[in-house]
Design a protein around this ligand. Structure first.
Ligand SMILES: Cc1cc2nc3c(=O)[nH]c(=O)nc-3n(C[C@H](O)[C@H](O)[C@H](O)COP(=O)(O)OP(=O)(O)OC[C@H]3O[C@@H](n4cnc5c(N)ncnc54)[C@H](O)[C@@H]3O)c2cc1C
Length: 406
């Protein structure tokens, strides 16, 4: 092994969070090395990014490159398909009600990662290394790491964006609480006969949501992505179906609202889990993205929360211009700022998911009453919509919107 490559910030992980964290710190004049496996295969995965996240991407000057790959989400529709006694009619939410043209945008993960990799490779402050860290150790004034490929690194700070099984988090001996749900998410990209009208539709079923999210048209086809939560047994059965048979089942569950459906590029299968660490930072390390929070893909919050991790780091760097970015002041500030935001989102999603899975009348009643409340009470409705897409409470400055009136 040669001498260690020295940098200010070492980023473990080259997923969306690691790459964006790199671009974000580089914009502030910091130097960083990103080490991770670069995954640009076209898998059946998309990501919906809300208004606050788009503000961050605009501030990083990335949005002009990403927008052509994305479809706007101008309208959301929630349909209670649980068969409960307290079932309500469809609830519609329009972005225009809170003064926005759209709540957010949906794009394929492969397009997002592809564009971010190109940006990172072109940035003079960033080095991207395709590999995996094998060992991390912490000293008083630096963090040292080596990769499986035999490279050595030394930095002031490790940003652990290395996913749910984070090596950095384990090396820092940060404990986690983990749990599982009796659910699998099946993902697919779909072509369909009728246009989606930029509407994202979520059917709430007894096994979790069935969510159709708009994508931009391609090769003359209307396209959407699907995240369908189901039992492990149903996932096994559906995995074995032919494309035509699975497309028929999807069309039936979608109540034929998009007309005839055909499957595009493969399918994804994701077991549903949750994870929360007992702290978000420690001596010379910050946790970000799925190294810091894992929950089911309900309400499209995961990467949006990861982008808030990044925006908080940027804010802290701006506040600590001359300090060693890995010392106790910035890491403590990061831990404090991320605690409430992550806890509130994880708790809200867990509660909604469990309320769908629990076939108890009082739970059904509460969920039904919640949807009715959201449909009828304008201030509550607007507050919930704003907090969902452009959170104000605990949100980093760069992601906050100027307040509009209800
Ligand atoms: C079905 C589904 C749908 C979703 N939809 C949405 C959505 O619509 N909106 C939304 O906001 N979120 C959504 N999410 C959540 C979102 O996908 C995740 O929050 C996001 O991908 C996490 O990104 P990440 O970079 O933290 O982790 P990952 O993408 O897992 O990246 C981790 C990186 O770390 C690397 N790595 C691992 N070990 C090491 C090591 N030892 N050294 C170096 N690197 C390492 C990996 O190679 C990888 O590059 C969805 C999730 C699922 C499962």
């Amino acid at each position: 092994m040669g001498t260690a490559a020295k940098t200010e910030i070492l980023i473990a992980g080259a997923g969306a969070v690691g790459l964006l964290a790199g671009l974000s710190v580089a914009r502030l004049g910091r130097r960083a090395i990103i080490v991770g496996r670069i995954e640009t295969r076209r898998l059946a995965r998309t990501v919906a990014l809300f208004d606050g996240s788009i503000r961050l991407l605009q501030a990083l000057d990335l949005w002009p490159r990403l927008a052509p790959h994305a479809a706007p989400l101008a309208r959301m529709c929630i349909i209670d398909d649980t068969g409960s006694l307290f079932r309500t009619g469809p609830a519609f939410f329009e972005a225009s009600e809170i003064g926005l043209d759209q709540f957010g945008w949906n794009l394929e993960n492969a397009d997002l990662i592809g564009e971010l990799v190109r940006e990172v490779q072109a940035h003079p402050n960033l080095t991207l290394i395709d590999g995996l860290l094998a060992d991390v150790s912490f000293a008083d004034d630096h963090v040292a790491a080596t990769s499986e490929e035999g490279h050595a690194f030394e930095a002031q700070l490790l940003v652990a964006a290395d996913g749910r099984h984070s090596l950095g988090r384990k090396a820092a001996q940060i404990d986690v609480r983990e749990w599982t749900y009796p659910q699998i998410a099946l993902t697919a990209l779909l072509a369909h006969r009728r246009p989606h009208q930029n509407t994202s539709t979520e059917f709430h079923t007894r096994h979790g949501p069935f969510t159709l999210v708009p994508l931009p048209p391609k090769d003359g086809q209307n396209r959407s992505s699907l995240v369908w939560m189901m039992t492990p047994e149903e996932a096994e059965r559906r995995k074995a179906l032919t494309d035509a048979d699975l497309a028929n089942e999807i069309e039936r569950q979608a109540q034929s609202m998009l007309g005839k459906i055909t499957l595009l590029v493969g399918r994804g299968i994701f077991p549903m889990q949750g994870m929360t660490p007992d702290r978000f930072a420690d001596h010379r390390i910050l946790l970000m993205g799925e190294a810091a929070h894992v929950f089911p893909p309900i309400g499209a919050q995961g990467l949006n929360l990861g982008l808030r991790d990044i925006a908080h780091l940027s804010e802290i760097i701006e506040e600590n211009i001359s300090t060693d970015i890995g010392d106790a002041t910035p890491t403590k500030a990061y831990d404090e700022r991320r605690r409430n935001d992550v806890a509130t989102r994880s708790w809200g999603i867990d509660l909604l998911n469990r309320s769908l899975l629990a076939p108890y009348l009082p739970v059904d009643f509460m969920r039904g009453a919640g949807l009715v409340g959201l449909s009828l009470l304008k201030p509550l409705r607007h507050f919930t919509m704003r907090e969902g897409v452009t959170p104000q409470f605990g949100a980093p400055r760069i992601m906050r919107a100027a307040r509009t009136r209800s």
